[in-house]
Ligand binder design. Structure first.
Ligand SMILES: *Cc1c(COP(=O)(O)O)cnc(C)c1O
Length: 488
């Protein structure tokens, strides 16, 4: 798609809309000299030139990618008006767009009647979910796994809620037996299940968690900020020529879900869920969402504002949100995106599937490689690995990861951008009992394959990472030999 054309269309329609209100008088106070702008813009452009190439599949590091040009077009078209979705009088049309996209998100998660809204981020969505958790289960604590997002502990502190950390198993998923023991104390009112941890992309066994929480009357909040849209891949793929609704024939690629469907099928039973369209929903930053299964939680938000709320008797988004001002353009961007990538397996699911397939295939290539070891099989599209070791020595693994990341970024056309992740000696040895734990922690490599372009690029990426591992092994051996020589 031709972004320059569509940005032009957005500006055109905006000017047409403005003209409909008569010519604006303008004011010289807002004038700028073209030459000044040109100089300032050049300075900005130069600064931006120092960015990492998040758009390119050679960038296989953190959770970052540009928004889809459709989202950029929708954002710009609405941003020129600059509606505020805090209240309907601040954004009558973009508030309606937000309500529509929230309906679509709720349908994706299997929610019927619900309450929900967009947020500026996943963190603020989670804050609201924990706020409602506190109000509905006063005096009780919140439990989340040791691999959950670090902001849960911070938000519990902010809300004055007791926080309980539940250990994880050797795949980074919540240990359900440990959770059960914690629940038996009666101290916990809400459990946070992470549907795709930020570090490993591990999916907590939500279906098994719900079996333990239900009899105890404990709430469950699903933090699906990263993983939420993978629920689309839990649905079997329609093969070519397959009749919708009919089970596919045996041995066909169609009909297989790309992720383990069991935890995702349990999502409709959660009390609340958070998803970040600014992660896997093709949106620019500033777009999270929180949804509650029980619309009655609205009562916890009660407040009154003297200077807004004059145009409608229906509840305003600001009346069911802890934030005040919020970008209406974010709602418009998501709305336009979902017209082209609806929340179905064939819609947005087709954008997530290649990254997931690439992660699965890469895990296999790493396992077969004499130079690399897989840290753990990926639940989603995040691949974790380190330089091969027989046995792996924690200090050496950390040094190799740092070096491979640093060296990878160097050479222009052949550059790869990786990221590292800190793991404890206990976590590492849970996966590799043979490891030499000569340090308290180590660093592994972590690649988030969240762009579909990762799939066609995978062989090149793998070859490059293998070469980096070989180089780092060479450097390590040379370093050891030099040390020996000095000692000898
Ligand atoms: C990214 C993330 C968050 C935080 O969301 P922001 O949008 O960055 O504030 C919370 N939980 C999980 C699992 C995440 O991946």
């Amino acid at each position: 798609m031709d972004l320059a054309h569509w940005l032009g269309r957005a500006v055109e329609q905006h000017e047409k809309w403005q003209d409909g209100h008569g010519p604006g008088p303008g004011h010289p106070a807002l004038d700028v000299a073209e030459a000044d702008l040109s100089a300032a813009f050049d300075a900005l452009a130069e600064r931006l030139g120092g960015s990492y190439p998040f758009f390119h599949p050679r960038y296989a590091g953190q959770m970052l990618k540009p928004p889809h040009p459709v989202a950029v077009t929708g954002y710009l078209a609405a941003m020129l008006v600059n509606p505020n979705n805090h209240a309907r009088d601040g954004g009558p049309t973009s508030s309606a767009l937000e309500e529509e996209v929230v309906e679509e998100l709720a349908a994706m998660f299997g929610y019927g009647e619900h309450l929900g809204h967009l947020t500026s981020s996943g963190t603020l969505g989670n804050l609201e979910a924990l706020f409602v958790a506190r109000e509905s289960h006063p005096g009780k604590g919140v439990a989340f796994s040791a691999e959950s997002h670090y902001t849960h502990a911070r938000m519990c502190h902010l809300l004055g809620i007791e926080a309980y950390t539940v250990p994880v198993d050797a795949r980074g998923r919540m240990d359900v037996d440990a959770l059960e023991r914690l629940l038996s104390t009666g101290a916990v009112g809400t459990v946070v299940a992470t549907m795709g941890t930020t570090g490993l992309g591990a999916v907590d066994p939500l279906h098994r968690i719900l079996e333990r929480t239900r009899p105890a009357g404990v709430r469950v909040h699903a933090d699906a900020a990263y993983g939420g849209f993978f629920t689309l891949l839990a649905q079997p793929e329609q093969g070519p020529g397959q009749t919708p609704g009919r089970p596919p024939g045996r041995g066909t690629a169609a009909g297989r879900a790309l992720v383990d469907p069991a935890p995702w099928r349990a999502l409709p039973s959660c009390d609340s869920v958070v998803v970040d369209p600014h992660k896997h929903g093709l949106q620019p930053y500033g777009c999270g969402a929180v949804l509650f299964r029980d619309p009655e939680v609205r009562r916890f938000y009660g407040h009154d504002s003297p200077y807004t709320y004059f145009t409608s008797a229906r509840p305003h988004l600001g009346e069911i949100s802890l934030e005040c001002s919020r970008s209406g353009a974010a709602a418009a961007a998501l709305w336009l995106t979902l017209r082209l990538f609806p929340l179905t397996r064939e819609g947005l699911g087709r954008v997530l599937a290649p990254g997931r397939r690439a992660a699965l295939r890469w895990a296999g290539l790493i396992e077969a490689s004499p130079r690399l070891d897989l840290y753990q099989p990926p639940d989603l599209d995040i691949v974790t690995y380190h330089r091969h070791g027989a046995p792996p020595v924690l200090s050496g693994v950390a040094a190799a990861s740092e070096e491979m990341m640093r060296e990878g970024m160097r050479d222009g056309d052949d550059a790869v951008f990786l990221s590292t992740s800190r793991v404890s000696a206990a976590a590492f040895t849970a996966r590799r009992p043979d490891a030499v734990a000569d340090a308290e922690e180590t660093r592994i490599l972590r690649s988030v394959l969240m762009k579909p372009e990762a799939e066609p690029y995978l062989d090149r990426l793998h070859a490059r990472v293998e070469a980096l591992a070989a180089d780092s092994l060479g450097a390590a051996t040379a370093g050891a030999a030099a040390g020996e020589a000095r000692r000898g």
